[in-house]
Design a protein. Structure first.
Length: 278
């Protein structure tokens, strides 16, 4: 008989990593190991990413009737069975190994998450248990999907979402203060927007990449335009060099903190040059 394990629960592993990113941000850790783990193991098309989608579907989907809820659960379980359990097992083993490199495992898994019960119910339903317990876990999820009872699954999920928003805002505020110490009180609107996008989309790499690509295109155009208005050949060369460096940022691989810093500094450079040529 399968017993619940936080070490094997994909939903819990993901949410503990997200929470750890926030903790690292609050502690001023620039290169959070948790961010790298999320990007590596929950990127598009990995088996863990697909399994996480099933966890989230069973917690977030809504239907009015129990028959539709049960049909939906059956469909999700059927799709989940198509995943290679050997691959998932191997990926979870490697994920835990990477977490262990950056954190004390006991401390990492001692973090509390609000939707523990919801993730545990999904895990047990997917992995199997005794008939009586399977009925219990399924009924918990059916109640959550239909909303007939204000279940702890929904309450914890809503609380987590609200708390997550608050934490992101707090993380953003602390990062702003941190960058203010470096740049003074002169963080511009573009710099603030860049930091905000970086925090809000840290686990949504495609969206962050699109934003950064758009900013790189705009920034290089601005640099090239400014260089035509500068008479000093040394300054002109520096602007062209910065433009080349920005264009060469490789967004196909992992987005690194140094890319964000480079854009922050480039925004500063553009501001200074504009002040000079006024």
């Amino acid at each position: 008989m399968t017993k619940h394990s936080k070490y094997k629960n994909t939903g819990i592993l993901f949410e503990l990593l997200v929470r750890q990113v926030t903790n690292d941000t609050l502690q001023g850790i620039d290169n959070s190991p948790a961010v790298n783990v999320l990007r590596e193991f929950f990127k598009k098309n990995t088996s863990l990413k697909k399994e996480l989608g099933f966890y989230q579907a069973l917690q977030n989907q809504k239907f009015k009737t129990e028959s539709k809820a049960n049909a939906f659960i059956d469909a999700v379980l059927k799709e989940h069975q198509k995943l290679s359990q050997s691959i998932i097992k191997k990926q979870k083993y490697n994920l835990i190994k990477e977490i262990k490199k950056g954190y004390d495992l006991e401390a990492f898994f001692s973090q509390r998450i609000n939707n523990y019960t919801a993730n545990a119910s999904v895990f047990m339903l997917m992995e199997g248990s005794t008939p009586s317990k399977l009925i219990k876990f399924r009924y918990n999820i059916v109640e959550s999907i239909t909303g007939k009872k204000k279940s702890k699954l929904n309450e914890s999920h809503s609380l987590y979402q609200e708390q997550d928003k608050d934490i992101r805002l707090l993380s953003y505020k602390i990062l702003i203060e941190k960058f203010n110490e470096k740049w003074g009180d002169n963080l511009g609107a573009k710099q603030r927007n860049l930091l905000k996008e970086y925090i809000n989309n840290i686990s949504n790499t495609p969206k962050l990449k699109d934003y950064l690509y758009s900013e790189i295109v705009k920034t290089t155009k601005t640099l090239n335009k400014l260089s035509t208005k500068i008479a000093d050949p040394i300054v002109k060369i520096k602007l062209q060099e910065v433009s080349t460096q920005i264009k060469n940022i490789d967004l196909e691989k992992n987005i690194k903190d140094k890319y964000i810093i480079s854009l922050m500094r480039t925004y500063d450079l553009i501001k200074e040059v504009k002040n000079v040529i006024k």
